[in-house]
Design a protein around this ligand. Structure first.
Ligand SMILES: NC(=O)c1ccc[n+]([C@@H]2O[C@H](COP(=O)([O-])OP(=O)(O)OC[C@H]3O[C@@H](n4cnc5c(N)ncnc54)[C@H](O)[C@@H]3O)[C@@H](O)[C@H]2O)c1
Length: 270
């Protein structure tokens, strides 16, 4: 009896899929890689942090491999797609890699602005463009672009980051319209605050405290974003394309006002 014949075997939600995930050496990309592999996908992890990425792929095991990919570099994309196709026909691309910089508009140099745009925005464009031909050849697929709540709203200091994330939100819709004919679905995910290295060297408790005004009164763990990305990558999302999928603990719904009726009791908000 093989493991798949076992009466306790549950089919994976991504059985038979080959997924390329950018920025997968840590944070949300790592969580997605681990979840995708657990759900039956063959996963190619891509990043510029080679030692970390190799280590995560090795830890996942035979369902994973690592490839170096700077998403802002056109030539790197050709090599990463080729490496993925050695594993099998590309069916899922998660454009997750990004960088975050905090600078006021007045103090942002053109170089600093373009650095963020090149990774977050141009990287996503290059990724989508690179996936069209192999996904079309394999009969379709799913592209998941990681934007942010800052691609819908913004904050002071996020001129470059919000520009890039807003562009990802928009180009996702362009891509959905162009690629539906090839059975390629394209959606954007908009996380709120997530406990990853992107938020700096602070504890989960401190990050939760900074999110205590939200409906769910805490920040997210990367696995909570990965669950949405898994859904969009899978065939369960067969009628979802061009959509914006917010995973933000209620951030965009508004803030709890502790002075008005209906607010949770103060201790729960500590
Ligand atoms: N953490 C949050 O609070 C938060 C909130 C909203 C959206 N997001 C988005 O979620 C995604 C994942 O972020 P995270 O929180 O896991 O951050 P992270 O910093 O932990 O991970 C980002 C990964 O991208 C990689 N990367 C950076 N530049 C790259 C490049 N040029 N080529 C390839 N890889 C590159 C990094 O090495 C890193 O492994 C990003 O798109 C981010 O903008 C994060």
């Amino acid at each position: 009896m093989t493991s798949t014949d076992s009466p306790t075997h549950r089919p994976g939600r991504l059985d038979g899929k080959v997924a390329l995930i950018t920025g997968a050496a840590r944070g949300q990309g790592e969580a997605e890689a681990r979840l995708f592999a657990a759900e039956g996908a063959q996963v190619v992890l891509a990043d510029v942090l080679d030692a970390e990425g190799e280590a995560v792929a090795a830890d996942i095991g035979e369902r994973a491999r690592y490839v170096h990919l700077d998403v802002s570099q056109e030539d790197d994309w050709a090599a990463a797609i080729a490496a993925t196709e050695e594993v099998g026909p590309l069916s899922v691309l998660v454009n997750n890699a990004a960088i975050l910089r905090f600078t006021s508009i007045a103090d942002t140099t053109l170089e600093e602005y373009l650095q963020v745009i090149m990774v977050n925005q141009v990287g996503t464009f290059l990724g989508m463009r690179s996936a069209i031909e192999p996904m079309t050849r394999s009969g379709g697929g799913s592209i998941v672009n990681i934007s942010s709540i800052d691609g819908i709203g913004s904050k002071n200091s996020l001129v470059a980051y919000s520009s890039s994330k807003g562009a990802i939100r928009s180009m996702t819709k362009t891509a959905a319209l162009e690629l539906g004919q090839h059975r390629i679905r394209v959606n954007s995910v908009h996380p709120g605050g997530v406990f990853t290295p992107m938020n700096g060297d602070i504890s989960k408790k401190m990050l939760d405290a900074a999110h205590s005004q939200l409906a769910l009164q805490r920040s997210a763990m990367p696995e909570e974003i990965a669950a949405m990305v898994l859904f969009l990558a899978s065939d369960e999302a067969s009628y979802c394309t061009g959509g914006e999928f917010v995973v933000d603990g209620g951030w965009l719904a508004g803030d709890i006002n502790p002075f008005l009726p209906g607010a949770p009791p103060a201790p729960a908000r500590a």
